[in-house]
Design a protein around this ligand. Sequence first.
Ligand SMILES: Cc1cc2nc3c(=O)[nH]c(=O)nc-3n(C[C@H](O)[C@H](O)[C@H](O)COP(=O)(O)OP(=O)(O)OC[C@H]3O[C@@H](n4cnc5c(N)ncnc54)[C@H](O)[C@@H]3O)c2cc1C
Length: 438
Amino acid sequence: MSSSERVAVVGGGISGLTTAFYLARAGCKVALFEASDQFGGLGTFFEHQGRTFERFYHCMLPTDEDLLNLLSELSLENETYWKETTFGYLSGHTIYPLNTAIDLLRFKPLSLLSRIRVGLTGLYGSIASSKGLDDVTSADWLKSLSGSEAFEKFWRPLLEAKFGDRFQQVPALWFWTRFNREKGSKKEEKGYIHGGYKRIVDTLLQALKQYGVDIYAEAPVREIDHSEENGVTFRAGNILHSCDRIVITTPLPVLKSLSSDNFRDRYLSRLNLDIDMQGVLNVILFLKKRVSRHYWVAASSADIPFQGVVETSDIMNTEDSGNFHIVHLMKYCHRTSEAFNQPVEEFKRRSITKFCEIFSHISPEDIEHEFVFKAPFVEPIYSLGYAKRKPPEEIVSGKVYLLTTAQVYPTVTSWNGSVGQARKVIAKMGFESALSTR
Ligand SMILES: Cc1cc2nc3c(=O)[nH]c(=O)nc-3n(C[C@H](O)[C@H](O)[C@H](O)COP(=O)(O)OP(=O)(O)OC[C@H]3O[C@@H](n4cnc5c(N)ncnc54)[C@H](O)[C@@H]3O)c2cc1C
């Protein structure tokens, strides 16, 4: 492969930034196009009192090998820090810690027999092979291992919290991977980075500039096309660009809208790209007091407007949190749902009222600042046999590549998953040599 190729990268989230980084390192002449005014995609930030905070909670896990290797390549390995975290489960008015076998045995909402079955399910999940799990639903798999009572009162709320009413379709392989990612090490540890995720984005952008990458913000790409006569072409703003190859890293559901009619008819129509995605609504509260002793409290119930409470300041040093106690109240839902489309002020008001009811030591006066963010495309809505239906990495052989969250399965959608997928696409393009780690 010639390394003086002109390659365009569409989308400036972690997938696009990582791809541009490796391609530039391979010697390509890279141009990166991002639609919004910020780079980082779902990991972008907002400013508050002189610091930056992620719009959506983000943390690393010790098992995030591809991301941690990238950080090392960017000389950021000593900038990460790790904290032990715990998980709580709200049932009725009580938050039960659920981190050890003893915690599970004390989990009163379930009968003793169901508690034991849930424990055995966890043990089995950690040693079972993943073979065949893409063809059985999480619901059926968990019911068969833990029993109906444990499924209805324990597993079902957790699945609903992530997928809403579409939880029934999700393959057990998704559950198994997620479970082993989060409970893979004995101690539960989560990682963060000095300066927040913006630090990673800024360092990548700096590296891209040093490699001479052309970086365009507020430059939504449209009308991507390919023909034998003109090669790969697209528009950004009013300018018509051409390149040798293009890598598209946007969420899958927007792919058709950035393609020309010719490209849609000739290339996309023969692919199975009808994979829908779940969105998210998120309230962030800056508080005077600590909320709970858990990083994450699952709180899934019909009368609660959110599904979980993540106390992100638990994993942040005070230089990063600014001494605030910061919680995210999130609700995963589809972009067409009533929940997603409710007025933001309404979601905020209902969430804060319920939050203060659940955590009765917090009153509205303890909330110093609040913010709401939403995103329409977060995670694919998986269904049976998903592994065989994943979108291809190459749309036009040797010319147009796709790199998107819908491909990382069964890896959990995460920065680690996206960096891993970027490495696969780079290898497919013939630039493995740019991937060597230090
Ligand atoms: C609530 C929440 C919590 C999460 N928690 C974690 C966590 O703890 N740890 C973790 O690792 N991950 C977490 N994630 C997941 C993680 O954010 C995503 O998996 C990852 O950011 C996906 O990156 P991406 O670059 O593939 O896509 P995106 O981040 O979606 O980036 C796509 C980019 O393409 C741009 N774009 C769209 N259309 C165009 C166009 N026409 N032209 C040019 N650009 C375009 C978009 O503006 C965007 O910047 C979380 C996500 C959410 C929402």
